[in-house]
Design a protein around this ligand. Structure first.
Ligand code: C5P
Length: 236
């Protein structure tokens, strides 16, 4: 399995087109940051954007959040694995069988595979909506921990969760189970549309293994300085 460095800062490349991404990455002359490619960029540019960014030496978290019947997810994961990404994800609500199928599809003939993590509950879902609209009777904390446990039972490497939930996930699933947390802000930066945010220092103390950072770096006047500041703060 590809083992990205523990403690990495992953930059969310939330740009609409390849030209914007290359303009942004060109600012990094010394570092090769670990980057996240989401649906917007992937659907706009296709798998070629993954190949090109990989060829430039970046580790890639392909954030497509797969959720379908197990066979379809298995076959889709086989394709993503061949793209040589370092991390991919599925929705834990797709069931343990679906997560196992994802793992099977990702595993290459030589036994290697990208890291596979599961989305527990999206941070945009409130407890009220989860209970009233989705008819999940548990509290948000119980639901996240339960989904994390299912992901662990399926053999996954970890979960995407809010930095506020990372400690709870570690308590249920153990220290080795990885937590990848978006919703990171410097103490002096705007929260934007994120409701529950944490600084890189607090995320590390709270049990985050990887932090995903978008606008505090991509929209900064000096993105390289913001990335370095973030990395320094997260690594302690
Ligand atoms: O700009 P910002 O730092 O808020 O970006 C966070 C990134 O993490 C975005 O790409 C967003 O889609 C992603 N994300 C999130 N919350 C989740 C899962 C992914 O903010 N629960």
């Amino acid at each position: 399995m590809t083992k990205p460095n523990k403690g990495d800062v992953i930059i969310a490349l939330d740009f609409p087109a390849a030209a914007d991404v290359y303009g942004f990455l060109a600012k990094f002359a010394e570092e090769k940051p670990f980057v996240k490619i989401g649906m917007e960029l992937f659907y706009a540019e296709g798998p070629q954007i993954v190949r090109e960014i990989k060829a430039r030496g970046h580790k890639i978290f392909l954030d497509l959040k797969l959720h379908d019947i197990p066979n379809t997810v298995m076959r889709a994961m086989r394709i993503l694995s061949a793209l040589d990404v370092d991390m991919v994800n599925v929705h834990a609500s797709g069931t343990i069988d679906m997560m196992k199928a994802a793992l099977e599809g990702l595993t290459r003939a030589d036994g290697t595979r990208p890291m596979l993590i599961a989305v527990t509950q999206l941070t945009s879902t409130s407890q009220e909506r989860m209970q009233q609209e989705l008819l999940v009777g548990a509290t948000m904390e119980q639901a996240v921990s339960h989904y994390a446990k299912n992901a662990m039972l399926a053999g996954l490497d970890g979960v995407v969760c809010s930095p506020l939930e990372a400690a709870g996930v570690k308590a249920v699933c153990g220290e080795a189970f990885q937590t990848v947390t978006p919703g990171i802000r410097f103490a002096d930066s705007a929260a934007d549309d994120q409701a529950r945010v944490m600084t890189p220092e607090k995320a590390r103390i709270g049990g985050s293994d990887y932090i995903v950072v978008g606008r505090p770096i991509t929209a900064a006047a000096d993105p390289v300085a913001a990335y370095r500041r973030c990395k320094l703060a997260f690594l302690g």
